[in-house]
Ligand binder design. Structure first.
Ligand SMILES: [Zn+2]
Length: 410
């Protein structure tokens, strides 16, 4: 991260205004993504002098977007300690995640903390209409708390499907059975907040790169395995890979077995038909299992059938990962959901296979790791959509909500 010179400002106002707005945005973003940092960190990271950083921090505090905490005590350090600056967690986003068996709504504070989580189990795969009604009922139930304790920056909806980045329309969400539906505008109408929508795995990749195990890394591949299949998200050169309409990253439909099973997408031998939770549950003779339960069941099983299936799935997964490594040269491949359970029981087999089938110079330094944000991951990523405007122009955000009185946290 670095500050820009006045001549590079692109928005309206004098170049000094533009510079100040830009630097305010950078400081706010740094505070939010670090969950709090010292003025000294900000000074170092932004390459600005201390008094400029002091003024920017004071403005964010004045705007009610940040607060300064106790000075950090560092043993052995000489001189005045640097105060820590934290994002105001009372500024929140609502994160919404409709899936095949549940609709989850979270309140996520600035800084990425999940403050409240409500999961509504559905009796069947929810329609768009049912989803909007359930989300409205949940938010109405929290309305008192929201109105008295929080300022809502907006709503981020994560969808297991193809979502247009331009208008939040869902082109197709195969497992939900949704097709060409104006999801973001329906939710916005019901809740009366600005609403943004994105693909769940792409949002997961963003969350891990900002708050999780890939913090500070510019190139990553994220693969999430759930009951509805395998989703993927890519961060390339520090930016999420979106494609023309926001549909990029359908990594679950990578060919891994030309003699494999038919996929719902119409092709044969896709990653998500060959590497699947239902096939693992079938050999384990379990009706269902979450990530931890699956990991334990796979870890203790001595059944040769289970071992064969685990090895088969790890080999297929390594085939796909090798392709992604050759294509994108990532620093890290992050596995979530049941793929993280597979990694736990077959880490060496997977790493060896990826190493041997990637171009040797590319696969050598690769890290393959489990997602670190676990059940928070998609919600934190969805909230990031809603925080984008605030981070882009903190003063404009604060002005827009000033009537409601954003009080700095004591
Ligand atoms: Zn497919």
């Amino acid at each position: 991260m670095s500050a820009i010179s006045p001549t590079l400002g692109a928005r309206g106002g004098s170049s000094n205004d533009q510079l100040r707005r830009y630097n305010l945005s950078m400081v706010m973003t740094l505070i939010h993504h670090s969950g709090g940092c010292s003025r000294a960190d900000i000074t170092r990271r932004m390459g600005l002098n201390r008094s400029t950083v002091g003024a920017l921090v004071a403005e964010l505090v004045e705007l009610g977007l940040a607060f300064e905490g106790e000075p950090e005590s560092v043993v052995g350090r000489v001189g005045r300690p640097s105060a820590r600056v934290y994002p105001n967690p009372d500024i929140v986003a609502l994160a919404v995640y409709p899936d095949i068996d549940a609709i989850t709504v979270c309140i996520v504070g600035l800084g990425g903390e999940v403050i409240r989580r409500i999961r509504y189990d559905t009796v069947r795969v929810p329609t768009v209409h049912e989803t909007v009604n359930v989300v409205k009922a949940i938010v109405d139930g929290m309305r008192g708390e929201i109105d008295t304790s929080f300022r809502v920056a907006g709503v981020g909806v994560a969808v297991p499907g193809l979502v247009s980045s331009k208008d939040g329309r869902v082109l197709i969400a195969p497992h939900l059975g949704w097709r060409d539906t104006a999801l973001a505008s329906a939710v916005s109408k019901a809740l009366d907040f600005p609403v943004f929508a994105g693909n769940d795995a792409s949002l997961g990749a963003i969350a891990e790169s900002l708050f999780g195990i890939a913090r500070g890394m510019d190139d990553l591949v994220y693969l999430n395995g759930s009951a509805s299949g395998i989703g993927g998200g890519l961060i390339i050169g520090g930016s999420p890979l979106r494609g023309t309409s926001g549909y990029a990253g359908e990594l679950g439909h990578t060919l891994v077995n030309s003699a494999g099973a038919r996929c719902h997408c119409g092709r044969t031998g896709c990653l998500e038909t060959e590497v699947s939770l239902s096939r693992l549950l079938a050999v384990l003779k379990l009706p269902r299992a979450d990530q931890d339960e699956l990991e334990i069941a796979l870890g203790v099983s001595r059944d040769p059938k289970v071992m064969r299936e685990v090895h088969r799935q790890i080999d297929m997964l390594s085939e796909a990962i090798s392709n992604f490594v050759n294509m994108f040269d990532p620093e890290i491949v992050i596995l979530g959901g049941f793929l993280a359970s597979l990694l736990s029981v077959g880490r060496e087999r997977l790493a060896d296979a990826v190493r041997s089938s990637s171009m040797s110079s590319v696969g050598r330094g690769l890290v393959i790791e489990k997602a670190s944000l676990r059940s928070r991951i998609v919600m934190v990523g969805a909230a990031e959509l809603a925080f984008a405007g605030l981070l882009d122009d903190p003063a404009a955000f604060a002005r827009g909500t000033a009537a409601g009185g954003i009080a700095p946290r004591a």
